[in-house]
Ligand binder design. Structure first.
Ligand code: PMP
Length: 316
């Protein structure tokens, strides 16, 4: 029986090298990652294709490659290869046997039962653990209409503080502050700026703008997560729409003057923004390029476009 947030505690999770019911997967209060946010996580989505009775996991390998690479940032010692992580996830998904869109949440974290923030694992004192759970996922934001977002008063964490490229647990307090204040102020979401006032990304999604038919997205050195959806959108734009994408710094005021804005991310998918800080984006309607990319994206993730089937890993 799922909780009211839709989490089924009887579903199977991977925890301490075993498949066990989620309700039994509990951490000790003294766990390092619980005290200091010293873990890295991923968010991966599986799309249910009802015609084929198949669940396609989108860019599974690329998510684990990112996790594996970024583990080095905080000295996590991941003892599994990308291939093993993919296989484990497929096994877990098979055990849960869903027939709806699913979200996968792996965490690699410092599991030492110790006090003190050091990441060093001296004589096994601060080892690394892995957990994976899965849950049904509907829409994270309402993509049927455009979003009304604000520029957040919170500044993005930066590379030399808590690197946003890392998807580090503790850095999501920054995301939580930006998202919560946006919601409390009546917006659907927010855009965070760097200390020098340039655009970084949405609270938990990357951002694209359209100016005079040209797509622009923030460059990877502008304190963003190097999004896998961002990478997919860049490729789809070039190959399917024959348009170029420029990766460069974006000014705040370009958000107010551009023709289209959309967010993209595993959970956010392709989400058009039609109002920003009470100003309409372009003509205030979902823009044509955003709409085309949204349609292309949905076909691709559901395994309906043979050209991009390589991005979709079947579970069954
Ligand atoms: N930025 C942030 C801060 C995020 O949390 C996410 C979601 N993972 C994204 C961007 C989008 O990344 P991806 O497309 O890899 O999900």
């Amino acid at each position: 029986m799922p909780t009211k947030e839709g989490i089924d505690l009887d579903s199977i999770a991977y925890f301490n090298e075993k498949f066990i019911p989620l309700r039994e997967a509990s951490l000790n209060l003294m766990t390092h990652a619980f005290q200091y946010g010293t873990g890295i996580f991923e968010g991966i989505k599986g799309y249910w294709n009802p015609d084929e009775k198949q669940l396609y996991i989108f860019r599974l390998k690329e998510h684990y490659e990112r996790l594996s690479r970024n583990s080095r940032l905080i000295r996590l010692e991941l003892n599994k290869s990308v291939d093993e992580l993919c296989q484990l996830t497929l096994e877990l998904m098979k055990r849960n046997n869903p027939s709806c869109d699913m979200y996968i949440r792996p965490n690699v974290y410092k599991s030492g039962i110790i006090v003190g923030p050091s990441l060093i694992n001296k004589n096994g004192s601060n080892p690394t653990a892995l957990s994976i759970c899965t849950l049904p996922m509907g829409e994270y934001v309402d993509i049927s209409k455009g979003l009304h977002v604000c520029v957040s008063s919170w500044t993005r964490v930066e590379d030399n503080a808590i690197p946003p490229r890392g998807k580090i647990q503790g850095s999501y307090v920054n995301t939580a502050l930006a998202k919560t204040d946006a919601l409390l102020n009546g917006f659907d979401d927010s855009i965070v700026l760097s200390r020098d006032g340039h655009v970084c990304e949405g609270s938990a999604m990357n951002i694209f703008i359209v100016r005079n038919g040209k797509l622009i997205t923030t460059q990877v050195s502008d304190n963003i997560l190097e999004g896998i959806t961002r990478d997919s959108v860049i490729e789809l734009t070039k190959k399917e729409l024959n348009l170029d994408v420029v990766e460069r710094q974006i000014d705040r005021t370009e958000l107010y003057t551009c023709d289209e804005i959309f967010f993209c991310g595993t959970a956010a998918q392709v989400s058009p923004v039609t109002m920003i800080d009470h100003r309409p984006v372009g003509n205030g309607k979902v823009g044509p390029i955003s709409k085309q990319l949204q349609d292309i994206y949905f076909d691709v993730v559901k395994g309906k476009n043979p050209k991009y089937k390589k991005w979709c890993t079947p579970v069954f």
